[in-house]
Design a protein around this ligand. Sequence first.
Ligand code: TXA
Ligand code: MG
Length: 351
Amino acid sequence: MQTKIVKINDVREQEKDFEEAGAVIRNGGLVAFPTETVYGLGTNGLNAEACAGIYRAKGRPSDNPLILHVCDRAMVDVVAAEVTPLAEKILAAFCPGPITMLLPKRSAVPDSVTGGLGTVGVRMPDNDTARALIRAAGVPVAAPSANISGRPSPTTAEAVVADMEGRISVILDGGPCRFGVESTIVDCTGDTAVILRPGAVTREMLEEVCSRVEMDPALVGADTVPRAPGMKYTHYAPKAPLTLIHGKPEMLAEAFTKKIREEKSTGKKVGVIVSRGLAEKLKEVLPAEVIAVYGTQGNYQEIAAHLYEALRSFDHKDVDILLGEATEEDGLGLAIMNRFRKSAGGRIIEV
Ligand code: TXA
Ligand code: MG
């Protein structure tokens, strides 16, 4: 399949491009598009056969449900059988924005979208290209992240091309994504907002708007279980195995240097994903091309926006192992570490 790449410079001037891409979606084809979080791989969310095409293109297990993307409040009612008072609060406070609400699904939503569940994930992206595409399609757009299953999500059109060229019809190139980690997923079916996946709308932000906020215990539990390499399902994984190092900032340079020397002495080629400050200190033990900088220490916005690119930057580099600098887990740090731990298959060294 020939993949057409369309650069989006001005949403209002490019009506024809959106009409074309919208028709592809309506007719069940696959279009990758930018959102404020990561690039999505979209198709007609009311068409079961079209959704099956998403699973094929990604190599995704079919019991993993898809999020439906809407362009406005009216479209929420097309997919959700009920918009709970909690969901109305979240809509008013955060939408459009990087949040997905789980709501009771309407029967028009195929089982292949929800993996047979009674709820549907609904999200209104805060990105003009995304919403113009959904509006042009005229249907809710089912879209997972536009990566091959298990790989880091794409935050640039180039990353989408790397995974999806030849597998899908169109890629809308809207430049790099603003947030860089996927939306916060919140179960909104009851009175308590239950966070199933942390994201850019943080627990602290939700607490200001909703009277009760909880974390899904499975989320916390799953993240504390260490995983044997290659034995268990790893997500957001770079091609070389990654281990994280966590500790006080002043201890990190020594801890990284020691570990790098250890690995090198056994003949391994090492790469690192670290903050700018630590990168400077590691230049003595590593060549610059295997040092990926994800941002400034403590600047979670910057780190979230560059994490997946940093992981993907090693795809074509000759390294045997990767070491990553863990962040703290307050605010957006929780979403960053949720992804980074999965990239590392749970391997983390405390110093
Ligand atoms: O920011 C995002 O959410 C991006 C952009 C493209 O919008 N999308 C995204 O989709 O991250 P995906 O498919 O990579 O992740 C969706 C997650 C999956 O972990 C899936 O299991 C969960 O949402 N999910 C979707 N519907 C669900 C449901 N009804 N119940 C529980 N989990 C659900
Ligand atoms: Mg994904």
